[in-house]
Design a binder for this molecule. Sequence first.
Ligand SMILES: Nc1ncnc2c1ncn2[C@@H]1O[C@H](COP(=O)(O)OP(=O)(O)OP(=O)(O)O)[C@@H](O)[C@H]1O
Ligand SMILES: [Mg+2]
Length: 283
Amino acid sequence: MSTDHVAPEARTPLVELDGVSKYYGNIRALEDVSLVVNAGEISCVLGDNGAGKSTLIKIIAGLHRHDAGSFSIEGEEAKLANPREALDRGIATVYQNLAVVPLMPVWRNFFLGSEPTKGKGPFKRLDVDLMRRTTREELLRMGIDLRDVDQPVGTLSGGERQCVAIARAVYFGAKVLVLDEPTAALGVKQSGVVLKYVAAARDAGLGVVLITHNPHHAYLVGDRFVLLKRGAMFGSHTRDEISLDELTRQMAGGNELDDLRHELERAPVPTHLGGHGAGGVEK
Ligand SMILES: Nc1ncnc2c1ncn2[C@@H]1O[C@H](COP(=O)(O)OP(=O)(O)OP(=O)(O)O)[C@@H](O)[C@H]1O
Ligand SMILES: [Mg+2]
């Protein structure tokens, strides 16, 4: 393969993890995991329940410190003391359980913690009009046409809430957007909508970390794929190195799935559960 003209690997990643490990007491949550996040790219982290996906992003988000390996932001070793520092370095994280105040209007939630004010001294107050207008404009820019930015966040669908969180991160100037299973609780259509905004964030030049256990969702938008199993990395591929079929096969556990199929086939259905020999419905 020729790499003579452009060497994309030569640019400094926004975020890079190299051989990172994390232990909770005796529990190995992550071991020797590496991940590259570039501007304008989506890096997907795939894995089953308990694989270490949330642990990985908690390190990037400044919530946990890693025990081994290196974590750098724009080429500099990162020593984040807390999530606020991560945010100051341009890393915005949307957690698995979205932190929203359900009764707050959408615009209020959009500006939560960064409210603009107007007036001075005793006349200083929240600039509500600006917040309303900006929220509407920013959501529209992402293609989200909310009926009413005054409606409580709790009345939005799960997909809309994810989209608002993404639009918020883009507006406040995030360089890296970290999303923990944004499509996990969503149906097919809403997942599609959320993935569109994930792609929009990428097109706006952000580096995105997309956590999912769905290889189809990952492959729709992903540039890089890191596969985790019980804390260890069992695959790391760029898009041109792996097909959707292969990604799906690896995520399904490949050979493990064949073993499971055999086990399930072998087990005969007991007669009292409706297997052969159950003579109709008992009354
Ligand atoms: N604070 C903690 N203390 C102790 N063990 C933890 C803690 N957080 C996570 N673990 C353990 O670390 C492992 C990885 O957990 P993690 O939440 O990162 O998995 P995950 O891939 O996000 O799973 P899921 O798909 O269910 O969200 C699990 O075995 C989990 O029980
Ligand atoms: Mg998780």
